[in-house]
Design a protein around this ligand. Structure first.
Ligand SMILES: Nc1ncnc2c1ncn2[C@@H]1O[C@H](COP(=O)(O)OP(=O)(O)O)[C@@H](O)[C@H]1O
Ligand SMILES: Cc1ncc(COP(=O)(O)OP(=O)(O)O)c(N)n1
Length: 274
């Protein structure tokens, strides 16, 4: 009998389905991991941007965490949108009691430019959640906020990954290169060496939810017991296929395609019903 791993995402919602909890659960399913979720904030958003946010009461987030963790302990956890200091402290207090592999996607600002984390929290995440992380997966602006210097090159991405591990206390960090020029190159530092994950950069505006999708795929692989490097390798292939076969849904930045990996060899643009 084969064993099924389970993974938990603690994050905000995207009713349009491309980012947040909805994206994470789709990725877990595609990676054949049983997906579970704790909602921190309900976000009115779509491919055009964020219209409004309602944070759930902190005691209700705690009830959701306790409900899942006491019943189906996951083999890996990821956090996405954790918008306030109170939420960070709550999640940190729960995860500190476990040894579950933990991926942080330090979601701060959506691609639409809308803020998903308050300004104080952008500092507090450094000493609450980051020290507990198995892997932190910041994009360039998020890494800049975590380390306090600008990143314009792969060398500076390496420096940032090193600071996140050696000074902030994460076990590993992948600084994603989606916001840099040239190839889409992500830099992993695991405390002893650097690894580069490179892919062609696709010319598409349909990149809503890229960070969520990448980090969810890494989480799924850690849940299956893969090493950090193996998990990032799978995550990179998964997001590259999801970007290569985007879905032109909505009127703005459409979602990546979570079943893109199944479409290899087919024309890149998938037709969608409107
Ligand atoms: N246009 C693109 N073509 C190929 N890969 C991309 C592209 N844009 C982003 N990526 C990749 O998608 C992943 C998410 O990166 P990024 O877009 O920087 O994250 P975020 O969504 O958090 O801003 C990374 O692996 C990055 O290299
Ligand atoms: C609820 C929620 N969480 C995270 C994001 C950000 O998603 P990301 O993968 O960084 O990509 P964009 O959506 O910013 O393109 C989000 N939008 N909503």
């Amino acid at each position: 009998m084969s064993k099924v791993a389970s993974a938990l995402t603690i994050a905000g919602t995207d009713p349009s389905g491309g980012a947040g909890i909805q994206a994470d659960l789709k990725v877990f399913q595609e990676r054949q991991v049983y997906g579970m979720s704790v909602i921190t904030s309900v976000v009115a958003q779509n491919t055009l941007g964020v219209q409004d946010v309602q944070h759930l009461p902190i005691d209700f987030i705690e009830k959701q965490l306790d409900a899942v963790l006491s019943d189906i302990p996951p083999q890996a956890v990821k956090t996405g949108m954790i918008a306030t200091v109170e939420m960070m402290e709550l999640v940190a207090s729960k995860l500190a009691k476990t040894t579950i592999p933990y991926v942080i996607d330090p979601v701060m600002i959506a691609k639409s430019g809308d803020s998903l984390m308050d300004i104080t929290s952008r500092q507090v995440i450094r000493n609450t959640l980051v020290p507990l992380a198995t892997v932190v997966t910041p994009n360039v602006p998020e890494a800049e906020s975590l380390v306090g210097f600008e990143i314009h090159s792969n060398q500076e991405a390496e420096n940032a990954a090193k600071v996140i591990v050696e000074e902030l206390g994460a076990k590993a960090a992948v600084v994603k290169g989606g916001h840099l020029e040239g190839e889409a190159t992500d830099v992993l530092y695991d405390g002893s060496s650097f690894s580069y994950f490179k892919a062609d950069r696709y010319e598409t505006k349909h990149t809503h939810g890229t960070g969520c999708t990448f980090s969810a795929a890494i989480t799924a692989e850690l849940a299956k017991g893969k090493s950090i490097k193996e998990a990032v390798t799978v995550g990179k292939d998964f997001i590259t296929d999801a970007i290569q076969y985007p879905l032109a849904l909505g009127n703005g930045y459409g979602p990546t395609n979570h079943w893109g990996y199944r479409l290899k060899g087919l024309p890149q643009q998938q037709e969608v019903l409107k």
